[in-house]
Ligand binder design. Structure first.
Ligand code: 5GP
Length: 116
């Protein structure tokens, strides 16, 4: 069994965090250290530590992450100008929390995709 992270406690509402969205598959909340005016994390309710651990049975939750990203981007008023969806994997990807999550960032020009 993979070790739980703080995100499991947020999903189970054991830690006071404003949830922007929750259903049977995914949960979304604001990043505690926002890197842009809009910075939301969209998380599958099931613990999947990294993208390397993704299996076919996770496809419904992973697909839901995109439809929720679309909705939350619209709610934040950033759909037309655009935004970025980011998923980091392991150390070279800069992953800090080992419960996969999609970053939805926007609200300002985000610059080049990678630092040069
Ligand atoms: P990663 O680097 O793993 O892709 O991103 C993890 C993100 O989770 C970071 O942007 C970090 O600020 C955020 N984060 C870490 N702990 C917490 C927390 O307890 N609450 C919230 N809302 N965000 C967190």
């Amino acid at each position: 069994m993979a070790e739980e992270t703080i995100f499991s406690k947020i999903i189970r509402r054991e830690i006071a965090t404003e949830l922007l969205y929750q259903d049977e598959l995914v949960t979304a909340f604001r990043d505690i250290h926002p890197r842009a005016p809009t910075h939301i994390l969209i998380v599958p309710n099931v613990l999947i530590p990294t993208v390397n651990d993704v299996e076919p049975q996770h496809e419904a939750a992973l697909g839901r992450m995109f439809t929720v990203a679309r909705k939350l981007a619209a709610d934040a008023g950033i759909s037309e100008k655009g935004y970025r969806l980011i998923m980091n994997c392991n150390s070279h990807g800069g992953q800090e929390v080992y419960h996969i999550h999609m970053h939805l960032v926007g609200g300002q020009p985000l610059g080049p995709m990678l630092a040069r």
